[in-house]
Design a protein around this ligand. Structure first.
Ligand SMILES: [Zn+2]
Ligand SMILES: [Zn+2]
Ligand SMILES: [Zn+2]
Length: 146
């Protein structure tokens, strides 16, 4: 039997994918993330997903418009994700679905986000830039029918 008295389960070491030094969980302005303890020599950072560093490049966690990382908003602000490019002018926010940003679809006309709306004739997808962009798509199984 291994004496586990001195090991704390939540302090499991996650090695940096670049230099193998342990990653440290940090609280950043944009929410928790993992940074390399070899900083500043190694500037690797990873998303925090449910308390663990994620090396997966999951499209879900990328801004659908500018491909920057999505960041989960503080709990007291509500369950949603926003684009880490916010200060650079990207105002994308996505609702949270069980810890994952909701699927987002781009307007094929102007490249902004489509938003699910309810109209007289039922659910449809309209452009977030309405009325500047009047693109709209029918709804099929909760996604826009292109
Ligand atoms: Zn590193
Ligand atoms: Zn963005
Ligand atoms: Zn549009």
């Amino acid at each position: 039997m291994v004496d586990s008295k001195n090991t704390v389960a939540s302090e499991r070491v996650h090695p940096c994918p670049t230099c193998k030094k342990p990653l440290r969980r940090k609280e950043g302005k944009m929410g928790p993330f993992w940074g390399c303890s070899g900083f500043p020599d190694c500037r690797t950072t990873l998303n925090d997903l449910a308390g663990k560093p994620s090396t997966e490049i999951d499209e879900h966690y990328r801004c659908p418009i500018c491909t920057r990382r999505l960041v989960k908003a503080d709990k007291d602000k509500g369950d949603y994700w926003f684009c880490s490019g916010y200060s650079k002018g990207c105002k994308v926010t996505l609702a949270d679905h069980d810890g994952i940003p909701e699927a987002a679809y781009r307007c094929q006309k102007c490249g902004h986000l489509l938003v699910q709306r309810k109209g007289k004739n039922g659910v449809f997808w309209g452009c977030s830039e309405y009325p500047q962009c009047t693109a709209s798509h029918a709804d099929k199984d909760n996604r826009p029918a292109f």
